[in-house]
Structures are given as structure tokens and as C-alpha cells.
Write a protein that binds this ligand. Structure first.
Ligand SMILES: *Cc1c(COP(=O)(O)O)cnc(C)c1O
Length: 417
């Protein structure tokens, strides 16, 4: 820790090296030590660090006096991004959405979505779910489950109703039915909602996944009760789940989709809302911000869409790697009494005792693998490899993890060996 930096800094405590360079899945520190980066800027680096084709495009753009700052003026960079996103992402999926650019972080997009839902419906209440994470600015924080982020001074009560996520009450309890009942009963004490916001895979909340049937039921409840469905795909989107959107194979058509983290493809700050035309209800300037749309982000995002999403090669290779990773984690889970969680390239291992997850994280770091923990008590070791990580890198990471798990859970066994 730098003595002059606020005590709020966090990742640098778990991984205290001073990093200087990075390429692909590898981070390098000032002493030349290499680390396999399976944190990837919390899933912002889906194509790894300094992806060479994205890097070239950005350098060329800057050297060619391309516009860096434009507020929301029309720029060539923005137009190309919008055209490319429509061509490679929306049209092939038969999706019709308008783009809205906010300030560059995910939490900005969440704030804007809530504003839009409240204006569109004339209602205030927003339904969010247990273990949800939607960001740390005050409006988004009100939707976030985690008490450690909220502290005891930032209440959730402010126009938010919290309900159990899919599976929260165990198998056999359909929490969507409970939501439907609450909204159908004028005396339930839950106000008619402006929106229901959810993650299809809860990235921070412990890699809990929602099933297709549950998501479809939530969607029809939202429609029936006049609420917008907002899918926060900030972490699970842009390919992290194995498909571009985390819900795209589940017949779900959200009114608003939120993207940020990996959208620029290069780790540049950039976020976006996709709005069904009927919810595009804000008037010019009603939601504002100086840094809306990051031209450098537009340039690298466009390059990423062209290189990785213009045909099915990348997604096909990715699904092969996901099958491999899933099998490797299943094996570790089975041999060590852990539970595999998540799906796609956001999977992890749940420990009974959170201390063991944190000890495993530390052991992995000592062996040159950067992996974080998530979940209500940090009990889930979470892998967020670049989607471009090689099969050999996935195997190496799993080997390091299994050795770490064994030394944490069965230290005596290791001494004998
Ligand atoms: C990271 C994240 C956010 C917040 O994004 P920031 O860029 O950190 O503000 C919101 N929702 C989800 C699901 C996230 O993972």
C-alpha cells in the first residue's frame, strides 16, 4: 500500500506487487515476475491486456489526431461503433435497441436506467435481488445487496424492494412465484415497481446463476405488472457468459440492457445502455455528464467487435474452452468437497469456510496466479480469465488452484507428500 493513497483501495492489498507491463493473460511486475491474470480487471479485459490489433487501432487513431473528447457531439468514432455494434451484435440476434451513452462507468449506466424506468412508468419502486451487485454510487448502491459496500449509513430502503434471487430459498421454491404474488396483492406492502433489475449471473454476489425458466417468468411478471425489465450485463456481458449477452439463448428481451466493463475491449472506461425504442423517454440533456461516450473506447470497442464477433469462430472456440474449464473445476470440486459455481468464463469454487477461500487466493498469488474471491462472505474463489486465455493457461491455472486448495484444506497431506 502506498502511504499516500486512501485506505479504501482494495485489490492492491490482496495482490501487492507493483505492476508495470501486461500482455494477453500475463501481468508483469517491476521485478520482472510474471502473473497469470485471472482477475482481468474484474472481467473488463475479455480480450486480455493490450490486445495487439486493438492497440494498433488506438495508437493509429491518436497519432492521426482522432478526436479524444467530444461530449456527445457526432464523431466518426461513435458512428463507426454504433454501426458495427448494430451489424455484428444486434441485427444477427434480431434485436432492436437504441444506444444511450452515459458517464464511463457501470454504475453510471445503472443510475440512468433507474431514472428512465421511473420516468417511463411514473413509479418509484425498483425490485432488485438478494446478492445483487449494481455499483457503488448511491442510487446503484441502493440496489446492491452487499452490506459491506453499503455500510450502515447508506440505506437500501430508498425506493427499492429486495426479493430472493433464483434458488435463494433452496431447490423447490420458485422465488418468481413469490414476486408475482406480492405484486398481485394490493395489500402486500410492495408498491407497483418501475423496474425489475437483475443479473443473469451474479458476478460479485457469489456466481449465482438464474435459469432460463426463472428469467422468462420474471420477464412475464414485469410485463404483466407494467414494470421494465433491466438486465445488468455489465460483468456477464460481452462474451463472458459464452455468448455476447448472458441471456441471449434464454428467450429474454429486456427493455434495458446495461453494458460496461469489457465493452471497450481494451480496459478503457466505457458504458452503454441499450433501450427498446419505447423506453427512450428522456428529453435532450435530461441525463447529462461530461464524459459520455469515450472516443478511444469507441475505437477499441469497434475493433473488438470486428475481430472477435464478426463471425462465429471466436464464440465457437470459446465454448470449447468453457467446456474444458468446467470439467477441470468439476474435478477439483469433486476431489476436494467444494461446489462449482457460475457459468461460462465466470466460474468458481465455493468453500464452506470463507477463510479457506481467502487462504487459497493467497496461495495462488504466491504461485503467480491472480484470482479474486466473491460472494456474501468472500467464500467463492472466482475465475475471470481473459476469454482469449489459451487452453494451456486454463490448465495451468487449475493446477495452481488445486495445489493451493489441497495445501489449505489438507496441509498434513502435503507434508507427508
Ligand atoms: C462492476 C459492476 C457494476 C458497476 O460498474 P462500475 O464500472 O464499477 O461502476 C454494476 N453491475 C455489475 C453487475 C458489475 O459487475
Amino acid at each position: 500500500m502506498y502511504h499516500f493513497e486512501s485506505s479504501v483501495a482494495t485489490y492492491c492489498r490482496a495482490f501487492p506487487a507493483n505492476f508495470t507491463h501486461a500482455r494477453g493473460s500475463t501481468l508483469i511486475d517491476g521485478e520482472g515476475r510474471e502473473y497469470l491474470d485471472f482477475l482481468s480487471g474484474c472481467g473488463s479485459l475479455n480480450y486480455g491486456h493490450n490486445e495487439p490489433r486493438l492497440q494498433d487501432r488506438l495508437v493509429d487513431y491518436i497519432r492521426g489526431d482522432g478526436i479524444a473528447m467530444s461530449l456527445d457531439l457526432h464523431t466518426d468514432a461513435k458512428e463507426r461503433f454504433c454501426t458495427t455494434f448494430r451489424k455484428h451484435i444486434l441485427l444477427p440476434r434480431d434485436m432492436d435497441y437504441k444506444f444511450m451513452f452515459t458517464g464511463p462507468t457501470g454504475t453510471n449506466a445503472v443510475e440512468a436506467a433507474i431514472k428512465i424506468a421511473r420516468k417511463t412508468t411514473g413509479r418509484r419502486n425498483v425490485i432488485s435481488f438478494t446478492n445483487a451487485f449494481h455499483g457503488c454510487s448511491l442510487g446503484a448502491l441502493a440496489l446492491t445487496g452487499s452490506s459491506s459496500h453499503r455500510g450502515n449509513t447508506n440505506p437500501i430502503g430508498d425506493g427499492v424492494t429486495r426479493l430472493p434471487y433464483d434458488g435463494y430459498l433452496g431447490e423447490g421454491v420458485d422465488t418468481a412465484d413469490y414476486l408475482d404474488k406480492l405484486l398481485s396483492d394490493p395489500s402486500s406492502g410492495v408498491d407497483a415497481p418501475a423496474a425489475i433489475i437483475l443479473e443473469a449471473i451474479q458476478g460479485e454476489g457469489g456466481l449465482n446463476t438464474a435459469s432460463g425458466p426463472w428469467l422468462r417468468k420474471i420477464q412475464s411478471i414485469a410485463r404483466a405488472h407494467g414494470a421494465l425489465l433491466i438486465v445488468d450485463d455489465i460483468q456477464a456481458g460481452c462474451g463472458r457468459s459464452g455468448t455476447f449477452f448472458s441471456f441471449e439463448t434464454m428467450s429474454v428481451q429486456p427493455d434495458i440492457i446495461l453494458l460496461a466493463k469489457a465493452l471497450s475491449g481494451f480496459g478503457l472506461p466505457m458504458s452503454m445502455l441499450l433501450l427498446t425504442p419505447s423506453v427512450d423517454t428522456l428529453s435532450p440533456g435530461e441525463h447529462n455528464g461530461t464524459f459520455r461516450g469515450n472516443c478511444h473506447g469507441f475505437v477499441t470497442a469497434t475493433a473488438a467487435l470486428e475481430h472477435f464477433w464478426s463471425d462465429s469462430h471466436f464464440a465457437e472456440d470459446l465454448s470449447g474452452k468453457i467446456i474444458q474449464l468446467t470439467a477441470q473445476l468439476d474435478r477439483i470440486a469433486l476431489r476436494n468437497g467444494l461446489q462449482r459455481k457460475g457459468r461460462g468464463m465466470m466460474q468458481g469454487l465455493r468453500f464452506d469456510d470463507p477463510k479457506d477461500a481467502l487462504a487459497t487466493r493467497a496461495q495462488c498469488y504466491a504461485q503467480g496466479l491472480i484470482v479474486e474471491c466473491c460472494g456474501p462472505r468472500d467464500e467463492v474463489l472466482k475465475l475471470l480469465p481473459p476469454l482469449t486465455a489459451t487452453r494451456a493457461q486454463l490448465t495451468l491455472a487449475c493446477d495452481i488452484i488445486e495445489t493451493a486448495v489441497q495445501s489449505v484444506l489438507r496441509p498434513q497431506l502435503n507434508e507427508v507428500a
